[in-house]
Design a protein around this ligand. Structure first.
Ligand code: CP
Ligand code: NVA
Length: 298
């Protein structure tokens, strides 16, 4: 049984297969000839809001021939305390696959263990693997193979998106630089894992120097709202703006997973100057999800 639960636990070969399928599906002008999800119903169980991930999975599942059931976690018994393992065993008898957005990584791993059907991580507090696949797809379309390149993440270095970048650096062989204030740097044990060239600093300009990709994410991730005032104050010097872009390589890509909070992690002018890249990146969520779905049902 195949799952996509994290970048960390996914073999490089599987990630390469997903990216190759995504490229093929994107290039097809007509609906996918094979329609690999024909006759299948997939459920989306979301405990947090979503625009891109929800729409790209709903559209992608339909384009691949399947039907989709969106379940707000608060509107099923899960939200009233029914255990994950019971929800998983019920859904496993009724649908053919599940896409889950939630808080604890452990919950999607438990769901995968109990359900007997493919499970895809649509974001947890610890990883956002589908985002990073779309990001790599976008970078490589515009700048060629990512191995050997320099990727700089600026902002909340302990967030799910940055953690997935860390695991991707080890798998794909690019240099990752993380510029974050000390309290928002990734856990030391994750940085210490072998296999990746990762530099973590509190100096944005140093991290941006020579970068081929400058990347940021929101300062207040979903579930961290009570920390908003503190985060906005501490992260204020870590904005992606023209001064920082000047430090990167000429022609460096500027990317943002979105949603963007202008005037916070990125300024209006920098976002709009790079809108074509950033919205190509958003579009690639659809193509990457279809690559994941095609791969997982093979
Ligand atoms: N980037 C991303 O996952 O966006 P959504 O929260 O809108 O799905
Ligand atoms: N780090 C962000 C990503 C949003 C797509 C969050 O978890 O809210």
């Amino acid at each position: 049984m195949k799952h996509l639960l994290s970048i960390e636990k996914s073999p490089r070969l599987a990630l390469d297969e997903i990216l190759a399928l995504a490229r093929t599906l994107k290039a097809e002008k007509t609906p996918h000839a094979g329609q690999p999800l024909t006759g299948q119903v997939w459920a989306l169980i979301f405990s947090k809001p979503s625009t891109r991930t929800r729409v790209s999975f709903e559209v992608g599942i339909r384009q691949l021939g399947g039907q989709v059931l969106f379940l707000n976690a608060n509107e099923i018994q899960l939200g009233r305390g029914e255990p994950i393992k019971d929800t998983a065993r019920v859904l496993g008898r009724m649908v053919q696959g599940v896409v889950i957005r939630t808080f604890a990584q452990r919950d999607i791993e438990d769901f995968a263990g109990y359900s007997g059907i493919p499970v895809i991580n649509a974001l947890t507090d610890e990883e956002h693997p589908c985002q990073i696949l779309a990001d790599i797809l976008t970078f490589e379309e515009k700048r060629g193979p990512i191995p050997g390149k320099v990727v700089t993440f600026v902002g909340d270095g302990a967030c799910n998106v940055c953690l997935s970048w860390i695991f991707a650096a080890a798998k794909f062989g690019f240099e990752l630089r993380i510029a974050s204030p000390r309290e928002f740097q990734p856990p030391a044990d994750i940085l210490a894992r072998p296999g990746a060239k990762i530099i973590c600093t509190d100096d944005c300009r140093e991290a941006a120097r020579g970068a081929d990709l400058l990347y940021t994410d929101v300062w207040v991730s979903m579930g961290k709202e009570t920390e908003t005032a503190d985060r906005l104050r501490v992260l204020a010097p870590y904005q992606l703006n023209a001064a920082l872009v000047q430090c990167a390589n000429p022609g460096a890509l500027i990317m943002h997973c979105l949603p963007a909070y202008r005037g916070k992690e990125i300024d209006e002018a920098t976002l709009e100057a790079n809108a074509e890249t950033i919205f190509d990146q958003a579009e690639n969520r659809l193509h990457a999800q279809k690559g994941v779905l095609d791969w997982i049902t093979r």
